[in-house]
Design a protein around this ligand. Structure first.
Ligand SMILES: [Zn+2]
Length: 319
């Protein structure tokens, strides 16, 4: 008899490490964040299995990017050792997470600017657990440009980086990337890639969202778009944003390209304002509930809640 394994529930983007690090030092964002959207208890309550934690370096301190990234990685290892999270690094870890009630965390670099002049550290970041990399944040770097910059796509150095990421088995993340860069990635990588935290431009005209031709490109490479909960990316009137908008973006993308290419990338702890009904990670459990009231089968819902990201993981990761 075949044993049915559950598919994981995954949120592919939260900025909790950044918030933890800078709320310790408080010199950059003193008192701006009253509390964390993500915690162990909230993750359990929200019925989430795997939280991807971004390694993001603010522009003011980008000259200290390696030091700051290493400190954030150290915080993730503390979460593992002191709070009992499992740090997910390979397919065996994913399989184990499917078979138990552990809480998984995974590391992702948000903005390859961290690798500028430090490319020899890529292998080390990999060893430490980085399994996804965003080519650019909303600024320029040697490899690519984030929105709103539009002059160039992926550079020659960027092309080499993408080839190296394919070799290592690191998932490429195109959220924040400009449109030229996006379509360069389509042509360069041999792997499915993701937009970990971006929405549909047709529903909400933020430059951080993806146009229909970009959605179709992600379908063609069998990638995934993770829905971002930033009210400004959900609704043209951000003050009205609610959990219903998250469902609307899922509906729109599903109608356009199918339910196999959409997931969740909340941006929790990176966003200041949250949509009504999705105040923190504990509320994630409401999403499958709302989807089941719509036109979705249980299989569709499992795909959207994490199965699609799991498919990309199993295709891109080498082990
Ligand atoms: Zn971001």
């Amino acid at each position: 008899m075949m044993i049915m394994m559950k598919s994981l529930k995954i949120d592919f983007h939260a900025d909790t490490l950044y918030k933890k690090l800078f709320s310790q030092t408080t010199q950059f964002i003193s008192g701006k964040f009253p509390f964390f959207h993500f915690s162990k208890e909230k993750m359990q309550e929200g019925d989430l299995d795997l939280q991807v934690l971004a390694l993001f370096v603010p522009t003011e301190v980008v000259n200290l990017s390696v030091e700051i990234t290493m400190k954030m990685i150290a915080l993730a290892y503390k979460m593992r050792d002191l709070e009992g999270f499992q740090l997910i690094k390979n397919k065996k870890d994913i399989q184990e997470l499917q078979n138990n009630d552990d809480l998984g965390i995974m590391l992702s670099i948000e903005g390859a600017i961290i690798l500028e002049n430090n490319i020899e550290l890529l292998q080390l970041f990999y060893e430490l657990g980085v399994r996804s990399i965003g080519l650019a944040w909303s600024r320029k770097n040697n490899y690519a440009q984030g929105v709103p910059y539009e002059t160039n796509g992926v550079s020659d150095e960027g092309k080499l980086l993408i080839e190296e990421l394919d070799n290592l088995g690191i998932i490429i993340d195109v959220s924040h990337l400009n449109k030229k860069g996006f379509f360069d990635v389509v042509n360069i990588t041999n792997n499915p890639f993701i937009a970990s935290h971006s929405n549909s431009f047709s529903l909400c005209s933020s430059m951080r969202n993806l146009m229909d031709d970009q959605l179709e490109a992600i379908q063609s490479v069998e990638g995934v778009i993770g829905i971002n909960f930033n009210p400004g990316f959900l609704n043209n009137k951000p003050e009205n944003a609610s959990i219903k908008d998250v469902i609307n973006h899922i509906d729109y993308i599903t109608n356009k390209i199918g339910s196999n290419y959409v997931g969740l990338g909340s941006d929790f702890d990176g966003i200041i304002k949250v949509p009504l009904g999705l105040e923190d990670v504990s509320k994630l459990k409401l999403i499958p509930k709302l989807l089941s009231e719509g036109n979705y089968s249980q299989k569709d819902i499992r795909s959207i809640m994490g199965g699609n990201f799991q498919r990309v993981i199993s295709k891109v990761w080498k082990k």
